[in-house]
Each structure stands twice: as structure tokens, then as C-alpha cells.
Write a protein that binds this ligand. Structure first.
Ligand SMILES: *[C@@H]1O[C@H](CO)[C@@H](O)[C@H](O)[C@H]1NC(C)=O
Ligand SMILES: *[C@@H]1O[C@H](CO)[C@@H](O)[C@H](O)[C@H]1NC(C)=O
Ligand SMILES: *[C@@H]1O[C@H](CO)[C@@H](O)[C@H](O)[C@H]1NC(C)=O
Ligand SMILES: *[C@@H]1O[C@H](CO)[C@@H](O)[C@H](O)[C@H]1NC(C)=O
Ligand SMILES: [Zn+2]
Length: 961
């Protein structure tokens, strides 16, 4: 035979093999369940934290083994080998971040093995995000991003067989409603969760309601429904059956009845009697999911799985108490599928509409402290998300560095820090430092991208656009040292935005000109003593200059010309009507008045003495209030009013009102918290006369609003313990509100980072801003240090109050949303020095104003994502920003035509995908418990209609003009 024919035949064989292989993953690869048997779904798994006691790399490579003997690399090496030995075996992988690190190290033959395992369904990805994200302190956009990036890697590498179908959130400390909604929109078929309140769990076990339909969004309705199953015990293997040999040492199975060490019968009987039969009492079908694994297990997968092979053989060959069992290697998706097939009438399943916060692990053990732990890191994550979105947008708007790999570092760092021991602050301090380093490196890479795009858009090549990350301690080398600066304000929102820019300066006079050449009104305010002495601050600046960047265009920028000069020019009058006025009766007693409403407010700062315990939990003791220790100082001017207050040598505050802004800002500076012998939980409390009737409202991951009722849980009676503050703490990603009993007025506080908050008395809101936790139970005390002393945190609460039942422009919900968006995706300020250039010279050669959108979008919709995705292809998401039934224009459907929406490129084609962009929406025909059509397809049409709270995801093919 000619070699050509041989080659052809070989090709044909390979082709047929690959077709066969790709057809056997997914539900078809599930081992069969049997009628008349109890079907036991054995799910071998490893839970690999992307950092906790060790850093990501320490866990991956196996460094610091005395802290914790774990190497994720060994786990993957060992699992792949062990799966090859027996095609019945199954294994699931969750965290793409770890998987990808390993994959990049593998030679082609190992990769082929892995592809085969994935194609045959032996190795199945579940969840599939970069990490297993936390659900309390994360923001929906960061979650969507981290899921999308993990899912993209899987689709690019493995195609359809690599597509996860089930969520696997087995360790996050409570579960959010928005996460359920996200999984539904990702097109998943089910969700497995684990940590829910112990009282709730006991009741569910007793009522057989461990499985239910979870409705992720009231606005989205059934299209946000997802089948959810709560694990029976924990995610550990049943007792006596953990065969890792590194991290657990249960006796291996001996199945030779003649051997004196014969133990399999006893082990199997214990398993059936103490686990399976107990679980059967609490689940509604003949299927039981049984996890076999734990943290960092399967470093020697061969022996673990060999033992499981034997257990399967033995259980299936015997009856126990007259009952037959079908023990099979399985996966969460095979389990969900089997349950779905068995439940004939899906309508019998409970529909859950609330969430699983707060999480109590046991009596008086409310894991509500981590909502606020490590506040500076939580803020840095939010800051990084802001810049990631700016960077993606700028990258998409020009063709100079499209698909730049420098974007990946920030994408991946952001994916990593969404992990449930990262942004939560529950990791050790050296691990936090590692996360911050990753984010910093990511931001630096993205600055390179932003620079190149800005060169193009501004028509410059010799300037370097820098950000000033230390503006939060009023420090910025550019504004302090340079004589001429180009200050470029980029607006990532889809409508015009105005922003107050604050510039730390040392001394002297200056002018600021807008793109038209108008000299702008500025105001100077001395930097407060407390800020000047923040540890680590090295700036000589003693005051800040504030100016208003007005009407910065959508996805666009305006540049301002800052020049140090003693010449005086006439500034353009602003005539900003004050939107809020204040009276102050005593240091903590305020009265704020808006056009239609006056709010009397007492605002103490205080701390609870913490009691011993680990830092996940909040344990509040005695309450100690701060009093003002020196008279406050008031600064008033054209642009803003500031009142500087000092409460102790480690607590101070600035209350700030900008003339054209509706909100009152309370900017606190807390730390270093003294005394490392007792923990402190520092709180900012806002007390009003609002008759809020025990109710308050918090966001879920920055999206829908959930009602909370003090000392109450919507789905069970909680009366076991006396009420305590920590039992009423909830996660706040963006806001907490109270409404008066006539439902006419609302008071809201918006945050600049994730935080724990509550309402302990009617009319009151409190937010936990900083904490130390000194407890024997902790792996490490929570007493964060920086610059040789305790960490100082500076942050803001934004207070708004107003009427609910009025037209859009005055409606407090609209005012609040506008502010929330501007604080979440804040305009980014870039500084570029440009000494020896005059304004006229600069303006002649450069673009000083630019809009990425040809027209601003209506205020209830925005471009959520604009991100380079593939050659000539952009990942594009639109988001409706309002919930349904608010009875105004903003809650109506909205339609956007994207054909000629963008100013730098034309949209050639558009195709809708699931939220994770890893599957075309039209292909998402997977079975669904509730069988709703997810959304109406309009492929090829450029008109996109969004319902309230809807997010729609598209891949658009573009051509730059
Ligand atoms: C299981 O039962 C089958 C048939 O009854 C038998 O052939 C096999 O040897 C048994 N295996 C074990 C491990 O007992
Ligand atoms: C708000 O106040 C203005 C006058 O300041 C008044 O004309 C208007 O009717 C008020 N609106 C409501 C809803 O009370
Ligand atoms: C998934 O990957 C395949 C193969 O690389 C690609 O053809 C497909 O377009 C991807 N799917 C989506 C929705 O991007
Ligand atoms: C970007 O530029 C490259 C190189 O000139 C070109 O091949 C590509 O088509 C451009 N991309 C788009 C989307 O216009
Ligand atoms: Zn974990």
C-alpha cells in the first residue's frame, strides 16, 4: 500500500475516533441508574482553594508543606494517570485557574490523554469559573467575568465536552440569590450548594426539602430559575472512606474474605447504614449524591480510586437489609440528570425566592464577620474591577493592540481574588499580600494597553498616561511635581457623566482649562491632619484642588489642561444649585434637606468589643462610642462643603456635600486599630426617625434588592436564640436602605466596597467598616498590618434620601441607581505630564474630547461588557439596570440598536450567546427542570430589547472605521 493511502486511513481512523469520543461526553457518558435500586452517585472530587493558608503558587507547586501538605500539580498528575487505568472511573474538576496553570506545563501526549478523558466524560468540568467565587462580598460583574474567562478557556481547549453544566459551590459561606440567577443565565442545568444555616438545614432535612427550584431574580422570573440541591452533610467523604493517604488515613479496603484483615463488609455496612440510609430520609428520589473527596485530596488518586472500585464492586454485589443499591461513579451533572428524570411532576418542587444569608455554622456562630474583613483589600478589588472594565473598553475601541495578552493578567488576578477565601478576607495575611501583588501586576499590564489606545484616540505618542492609585491618601506624584499636566477623564458608563476630580498639590497657583479653553472654577481644601499622618503616606501635598469635569461623553473622555502659573484668569461661572443643605445641632446630630424632604440624623462612630472566635464569624460584645475630641472644621466654597471631624487618634471623618450632587458623603478614616489583645468591630451608625418596621433592604451582589426583616428568616421560624447583632448582619455589595411605613420615603447608604451591614432598630442602619479579631479559633489572628502598624482604612458611605412615588427625575430609586453606577464604574483619571507645551499648541494637535458611543443610551440600560474576544470579534453585553414594577419609565423594556452605536467601529454581525459566551443561545437546549424559553432570539437583528434586570450577551463581528 502506498504511504498516501496509509495516511488517509490513519486520518479516517483518527477522525472516526474523535467523532465517537466527542459524542460520548455529557449526559450520554453517565453510568446508568437502575429502577428498583437506590442509586448512589459517587462523586470523586478535590476542593482546591485558590489561596487560603498558602498562596495559589504555594498550593500549586507544593511549597510550605509544613503549613499544609498539598500540591495541586500532583493532584492533576495523579488523577489523569488514575483515570486512564479504568474507564468506569469519573472525576470532576472545578477551578479553571489551577487547571490552566497545569495544562500549560503539559507536553502534547499528556494533553491528548486529558482530551480523551474529557471527551469520554471521565473527567468533567463543573462550575468552571477561574475560581469557586465567594457569594457574599463579590459583585455580579466580577462574578460574570470570572465565570466567562474560565468557561472560555474550557471551550477553546476542549470544545463542547469541556462545557460545564452544573454549578458546584460547595464551600462559600452562604449562597446568594444573584449567583443562582447567574447560573441560570449561564445555561446551567443545576446547582449544588453546601453551607446553609444549620437551623434551615435541619428543617430541610426533616421536611425533605433539600432540593428545590431557586428563582434568582424576581424581575427575570422563570428564566432565572435553577434546580438546586443542598449537600447532605459536608463535601467530605463518608466517614471511614477517605483514602487519600496524604491528607487522610482511613484504612484501605480488604475484600478477600479469607484474609485476616478483611474489612470491606464492615466498612460497606457502615457506609450504607450511617450515611446512605440517613441521607435517604431527607431526599425525595431514589438518587443520592455522595461526595468522595475533600480539600486538596487525590494527591495519590490511584490508591484512592482503587479503593472506590472495590467499594463499588462490593456494594453492588450484595444486598443490605434486603435493599439493593446501585453504586456508580458519577458526577454532579449525572446526578442532576437522574433526579430530573425521576421527578415526574416538577411543580411539586418548592420555589425559593430568598437567599442563604446569613450563614450560621452552629449556635451563636454567625459567619457575618468576613463581610467586612480586610476592608482595604475589598476596596482594591473593586478598584481593580473598575480599571479592568476601563481597560477592556479602551482596548476594544481601537485596533492598535486588539487581543493584547497583557489583559489576561488582570482578568486572571480578578478571577483569583473572587475566590471564597480571597475577597472574603478569610485567608492568611501573606496570602492577601500575594493577591494584592497579582492585582497590581495586572493593573500595570492594563495600563500599557490603556496607554496605547489613548495614544491613538488622543493622537499622541509621546505622553505617558498614568493613574494615581494613592489618591485615596491624597497623594499623586504627577500633580505634586509636574508644571503642566494633561488630565484625561475617561467615562466607562453609557451616558454623559460629571465627576469631581481631586488633585493633591503642594503649593502655588495654577489654572485648569477644559477642552474649549474655559478656565474652570476650582476649590482648595486643606488635607486633614488625620490623612497627613496615615502610615506609608510620603507625599508633601497639603491641600487638594477640586474641579468639576462636566458631561464627559459615554465610553469617552475629556482632557483638561492643568498648568502651574501665577497668572490670573477669569473663570467660567458654574452656577450650580445646591441640591442638599445641612444644619448641625451637635457633633453627631445632623439635619439634611433636599427639595422635598428633610432627614434628621444621628451618626455615631463606635466599636463593639469583639469576643474570641475565628474571623469568619462576628461576635459582638460591649458597645463603645466615640466622641468628637476637637471642634470640627468647616470648609465651604463654590464646589463643595466639607466638615472635618476628629474622634480619636485613630478615627476621623469628613462629611462632604458637592454643590450639584444629591448625596452626602461620609468619608471615614479608621485605624490603626490599637490594642492587639482584644478584637474590635468598628461601626458607622446612622439613626433616623424613619419608621421602618423591622424591615431593611440590601442588594444581592450589586444587583436585585432583597427585603430583610430583623430577627426573622423568610422560610423558617428562628427562635432558638436571643436576638444578637451578628444574627442580623447581611452582606452589602453596594447599598442598604430603609423605607418608612407609608412606603413614601427611602433612606439609603451606598458603599464603596463590600461590607457587612444591618438595621438593629427601626430607622437605623449600621455598617461594619474595619475589624480586628483576636481568637484562639483562628488559623491566624485577624490583625492586619502595613508599614509596621495596624492597617488604616479610608472609605465612604454615600447617603441619599427621597421620595419613592414621584416621577423619574425626582424618584429616589433613579437618583440612587445613578449614583450607584457612577461609584461602581467610576470615571478613570489619567495623568500625563506635558511640560513646555501651551494650551493652544496642545489643543491644535490633540483630541481633547471623544465619545465611544455615537449617542448616549437611555438611563435604564448600559453597555455592561465591551471586550476583545477573538479576531475581529468583541464580547458585548447590554444590561437593563432597573427592577420590574417600579411604576415608572425606567422599569419599562428598552430597545437599543447596536448597528451604528459605536464611533470607532461598525458592527457587521451579531450573535447571541449564553451569559458566559461559551455557547450559542440557540444551542442551549439542555434539559431544564422548568422548561422556559430563556429569551427570544434575534440573531442578525441589530435591535436588542431588554426586559427589567435582563443582561444579554453577544459576540459581535466588527470592522474598525
Ligand atoms: C460479584 O458477583 C458476580 C456474579 O454474581 C461474580 O461473578 C463476581 O465475582 C462477584 N464479584 C465480587 C467482587 O464479589
Ligand atoms: C417637591 O417640592 C416642590 C417645591 O419645592 C413642589 O412643587 C413639588 O410638588 C414637590 N413634589 C412632591 C412630590 O412633593
Ligand atoms: C467554542 O469553541 C468552538 C471551538 O473552538 C468555537 O467554534 C465556538 O465558536 C465556541 N463557542 C462560542 C460560543 O464561542
Ligand atoms: C485591525 O487591523 C488589522 C491589521 O491592519 C486588520 O487585519 C484587522 O482586520 C483590523 N481589525 C478590524 C476589526 O478592523
Ligand atoms: Zn474552600
Amino acid at each position: 500500500m502506498g504511504s498516501e493511502i496509509l495516511r488517509q486511513m490513519l486520518w479516517l481512523i483518527l477522525f472516526l475516533y474523535s467523532v465517537a469520543a466527542s459524542e460520548s461526553c455529557g449526559y450520554q457518558s453517565c453510568h446508568l441508574t437502575k429502577d428498583g435500586y437506590i442509586n448512589l452517585h459517587m462523586v470523586p472530587h478535590t476542593h482546591d482553594d485558590m489561596g487560603w493558608l498558602k498562596t495559589v503558587d504555594q498550593y500549586y507547586y507544593g511549597v510550605r508543606q509544613d503549613t499544609y501538605p498539598a500540591s495541586v500539580r500532583s493532584i492533576l498528575d495523579s488523577v489523569v494517570e488514575a483515570l486512564k487505568e479504568n474507564s468506569d472511573r469519573r472525576f470532576i474538576w472545578v477551578e479553571t485557574g489551577f487547571f490552566w496553570k497545569w495544562w500549560l506545563e503539559q507536553p502534547e501526549d499528556v494533553r491528548d490523554n486529558v482530551r480523551n478523558l474529557v471527551n469520554s466524560g471521565q473527567l468533567e468540568f463543573v462550575g468552571g469559573g477561574w475560581s469557586m467565587n465567594d457569594e457574599a462580598t463579590t459583585n455580579y460583574l466580577a462574578i460574570i467575568d470570572q465565570m466567562t474567562w474560565g468557561l472560555k478557556k474550557l471551550n477553546d481547549t476542549f470544545g463542547e465536552c469541556g462545557r460545564p453544566k452544573v454549578g458546584w459551590q460547595i464551600d462559600p459561606f452562604g449562597h446568594s440569590k444573584e449567583m443562582a440567577s447567574i447560573f441560570a443565565q449561564l445555561g446551567f442545568d443545576g446547582l449544588i450548594i453546601n453551607r446553609i444555616d444549620y437551623e434551615d438545614k435541619n428543617i430541610r432535612l426533616a421536611k425533605k426539602s433539600m432540593e428545590f427550584i431557586w428563582r434568582g431574580s424576581d424581575s427575570l422570573g422563570a428564566s432565572s430559575d435553577i434546580f438546586t440541591s443542598v449537600m447532605f452533610r459536608h463535601y467530605s467523604a463518608p466517614s471511614g472512606l477517605c483514602f487519600d493517604s496524604v491528607l487522610c488515613r482511613d484504612e484501605f479496603l480488604v475484600d478477600d474474605p479469607d484474609n485476616s484483615e478483611y474489612n470491606i463488609r464492615k466498612k460497606a455496612e457502615d457506609f450504607i447504614n450511617n450515611y446512605v440510609e440517613e441521607a435517604r430520609k431527607s431526599y425525595g428520589t431514589s438518587n443520592i449524591l455522595i461526595p468522595f473527596g475533600d480539600d486538596f485530596m487525590y494527591q495519590s488518586a490511584g490508591s484512592y480510586l482503587k479503593n472506590l472500585d472495590k467499594l463499588i464492586q462490593f456494594v453492588n454485589n450484595n444486598t443490605f437489609n434486603g435493599q439493593k443499591y446501585n453504586l456508580i461513579y458519577s458526577t454532579p451533572s449525572c446526578y442532576v440528570r437522574a433526579v430530573s428524570d425521576e421527578i415526574k411532576d416538577k411543580a411539586t418542587l418548592e420555589v425559593k425566592t430568598d437567599d442563604f444569608f446569613p450563614y450560621a455554622a452552629g449556635t451563636n456562630n454567625y459567619w457575618t464577620g468576613y463581610y467586612s474583613s480586610r476592608p482595604t483589600m475589598k476596596n482594591y478589588v473593586r478598584y481593580s474591577n473598575n480599571f479592568l472594565q476601563v481597560c477592556k473598553q479602551l482596548n476594544s475601541l481601537t485596533n492598535v493592540t486588539f487581543l493584547d495578552p497583557r489583559l489576561d493578567a488582570l482578568r486572571e488576578a480578578m478571577g483569583t481574588v473572587q475566590h471564597h477565601d480571597a475577597i472574603t478576607g478569610t485567608e492568611k495575611e501573606h496570602v492577601t499580600h500575594d493577591y494584592v501583588k497579582m492585582l497590581h501586576a495586572g493593573i500595570t499590564g492594563c495600563e500599557g494597553i490603556a496607554n496605547q489606545s489613548l495614544f491613538k484616540l488622543i493622537r499622541s505618542s509621546n505622553m505617558k498616561f498614568e493613574t494615581c492609585p494613592l489618591l485615596n491618601v491624597s497623594q499623586c506624584a504627577a500633580t505634586e511635581l509636574e508644571d503642566v499636566l494633561i488630565i484625561t477623564v475617561y467615562n466607562p458608563l453609557s451616558r454623559n457623566v460629571s465627576k469631581h476630580v481631586r488633585l493633591p498639590i503642594i503649593d502655588g497657583s495654577y489654572t485648569i482649562r477644559d477642552p474649549e479653553g474655559n478656565f474652570l472654577v476650582t476649590q482648595e481644601i486643606p488635607i486633614s491632619e488625620s490623612v497627613l499622618k496615615v502610615p506609608g503616606r510620603t507625599s508633601k501635598a497639603t491641600k487638594e484642588v477640586i474641579f468639576l469635569a462636566q458631561n464627559v461623553p459615554p465610553l469617552g473622555f475629556k482632557s483638561y489642561f492643568f498648568e502651574k502659573t501665577s497668572n490670573k484668569f477669569k473663570t467660567k461661572s458654574l452656577n450650580l444649585p445646591k441640591k442638599v443643605s445641612y444644619k448641625r445641632k451637635s457633633p453627631n446630630d445632623w439635619s439634611f434637606s433636599w427639595k422635598n424632604i428633610t432627614l434628621d440624623l444621628t451618626q455615631p462612630l463606635l466599636y463593639y468589643n469583639g469576643t474570641d472566635g475565628d474571623s469568619y464569624a462576628l461576635k459582638t460584645g460591649e458597645e463603645i462610642h466615640f466622641r468628637e475630641i476637637s471642634p470640627s472644621v468647616v470648609y465651604e466654597g463654590d464646589l463643595l462643603t466639607e466638615i472635618h471631624q476628629t474622634f480619636s487618634d485613630w478615627v476621623s471623618q469628613i462629611v462632604r456635600m458637592y454643590s450639584n450632587e444629591y448625596f452626602v458623603e461620609f468619608e471615614y478614616l479608621v485605624g490603626p486599630i490599637p490594642d492587639n489583645t482584644t478584637g474590635k468591630e468598628v461601626v458607622s451608625r446612622f439613626s433616623t426617625a424613619t419608621n421602618s418596621h423591622s424591615k431593611f433592604y440590601t442588594d444581592t451582589n450589586g444587583r436585585d434588592t432583597l427585603q430583610r426583616i430583623r430577627d426573622y428568616r423568610p422560610t423558617w421560624n428562628t427562635s432558638v436564640e436571643p436576638p444578637r447583632p451578628e444574627k442580623n448582619y447581611y452582606p452589602v455589595t453596594s447599598k442598604i436602605s430603609i423605607i418608612d411605613d407609608n412606603e413614601e420615603t427611602m433612606v439609603s447608604l451606598l458603599t464603596d466596597r463590600a461590607q457587612g451591614a444591618t438595621s438593629l432598630r427601626d430607622g437605623e442602619i449600621e455598617l461594619l467598616v474595619h475589624r480586628t479579631c483576636i481568637g484562639e479559633g483562628a488559623y491566624e489572628q485577624l490583625f492586619e498590618e502595613a508599614f509596621g502598624t495596624g492597617v488604616v482604612t479610608r472609605g465612604s458611605h454615600y447617603l441619599v434620601s427621597g421620595l419613592l412615588n414621584v416621577s423619574d427625575s425626582e424618584n429616589i430609586l433613579a437618583i440612587e441607581k445613578d449614583l450607584e453606577e457612577r461609584k461602581f464604574l467610576d470615571s478613570w483619571v489619567f495623568f500625563a505630564s506635558n511640560n513646555n507645551v501651551s494650551f493652544e499648541e496642545y489643543r491644535e494637535k490633540h483630541v481633547m474630547e471623544f465619545s465611544g458611543l455615537k449617542r448616549a443610551l437611555p438611563s435604564n440600560v448600559h453597555v455592561l461588557t465591551l471586550e476583545p474576544w477573538a479576531p475581529d470579534t468583541i464580547l458585548f453585553r447590554l444590561e437593563h439596570l432597573f427592577e420590574k414594577d417600579l411604576n415608572n419609565e425606567l422599569s419599562k423594556n428598552v430597545t437599543v440598536n447596536v448597528k451604528d452605536l459605536f464611533s470607532t467601529f461598525e458592527v457587521l454581525s451579531i450573535k447571541e450567546a449564553t451569559l458566559g459566551a461559551n455557547q450559542w443561545l440557540e444551542n442551549n437546549t439542555s434539559f431544564n427542570f422548568v422548561n422556559v424559553s430563556k429569551t427570544k432570539l434575534n440573531d442578525g437583528k441589530f435591535e436588542i430589547t431588554l426586559r427589567p434586570m435582563e443582561i444579554r450577551t453577544f459576540l459581535i463581528e466588527i470592522k474598525f472605521y
